[in-house]
Design a protein around this ligand. Sequence first.
Ligand SMILES: Cc1cc2nc3c(=O)[nH]c(=O)nc-3n(C[C@H](O)[C@H](O)[C@H](O)COP(=O)(O)OP(=O)(O)OC[C@H]3O[C@@H](n4cnc5c(N)ncnc54)[C@H](O)[C@@H]3O)c2cc1C
Length: 419
Amino acid sequence: MRILIIGAGLAGVTTAWFLQDRGHQVRLFDRQPTAANETSFANGGLLHASHAEPWNAPGVLGQLLRWIGREDSPLLLRPRALPGLMRWGLGFLRYSRPQHYRLGMQRNAALALHSIAVLRELRRELDLRYDDRQNGILKIFRDQQTLDGAVDNSRTMADVGLRHTVLDSRQAVALEPALADCAHELSGAIYFPEDESGDAHLFCQALIERFRRAGGELELQTSVSRMLRKGDRIEGVQTDAGVQTADCYVLAAGSFSTQLAATAGLRLPIYPVKGYSLTAELPDWGGAPAIPLIDDGNKVVMGMLGSRLRMAGTAEFNGFDLSLSEARSDYVLRQCLKTFPSLADRLELADASPWCGLRPMTMDGPPILGPSPLRGLYLNCGAGHLGWTLACGSGQLVADLISGEPPAMDAEAYSLARF
Ligand SMILES: Cc1cc2nc3c(=O)[nH]c(=O)nc-3n(C[C@H](O)[C@H](O)[C@H](O)COP(=O)(O)OP(=O)(O)OC[C@H]3O[C@@H](n4cnc5c(N)ncnc54)[C@H](O)[C@@H]3O)c2cc1C
């Protein structure tokens, strides 16, 4: 089949690889000058099945209201975003009921574990290198209530196979000595040995190179403005290089998938949730964590990528705004230095790179994968805060569905039809 994919981020690049590998003729379109230049550019770098909880935990409304308009909070809801957020926001709240939350968590965790296994296999088969590390992830907690909640969630995720070990602060420091300076503040930690980390941008570049070598076509700096629909099928896409046609289309345009889907009359329940990262050189690794960390209460993650420390986090509901706020970037840095105060003098902060991106978040948590109601159109979008973690499994699943091969997971659980 001739297949056209819109979007060369994590979702599009992995889908392209698996389709090419199954013998299809694949063309991948992106408006940027390089692949993975938008949300997949500088994310937290964590492959964290351990972080499979959807963001609409029961009680999320109270948190959002408490933090409304506050620049120094982990979750920020800008009042001006409210009108555009109404429909998605109501769904987000509806799915925060305990039974939905638990289901979303298990679906994410199952796909994440599968996805990390697929990534391992791909890394071995193609000899991919992307500043990757395979030494698990440590979640740290500063209050007992948050720790207890996370232990409960870890048990729920253990039902689908996620292994974890609960540690007291002494055991956490024994595992990760860089935590010594903040040990007195910790109520405990949870270690997840199967999680990994790595630079998503480098990964996409490496996989794209293999894709091209295998005969795949990458069309950069080509913007898709609309999908061309005739009756109940997609017949082509309008790009700034003319109309392009194929036998089958995959929409993998991250948060912008909603806008493109709308041009064909299709509504996708995805909202852009902005997040920040800061990357700074730490040449001698002095005081750096060997194991990537998630500070759950403060909603930040940090880990080494080669000789760089990547710090990331915060969630801002503010539409498609991509302006960089110094206050939000500072928040991420401050949270990280709270955990590792000795890094303040060691990080090369003057040359640090601040960045922000839009997580494509569904109202219930898991991504949207597989066929759409429009014939010829498949979806791989909406992975939210888990797009790196879920990329390989999602790309493989969509490629299997298009190729008529039995998918490794229950595809219905991730289909658009579940809404
Ligand atoms: C601060 C932050 C930290 C994160 N940390 C992690 C983490 O640690 N672990 C994890 O698993 N996930 C993390 N994520 C989430 C992850 O980065 C995203 O889920 C993932 O990058 C989404 O990939 P995507 O391919 O769906 O979208 P994108 O990467 O945005 O790719 C979409 C592509 O479509 C292209 N495109 C869009 N519209 C058009 C158009 N009209 N025409 C042509 N091309 C178009 C864009 O140029 C882009 O390249 C984080 C996200 C953020 C913001």
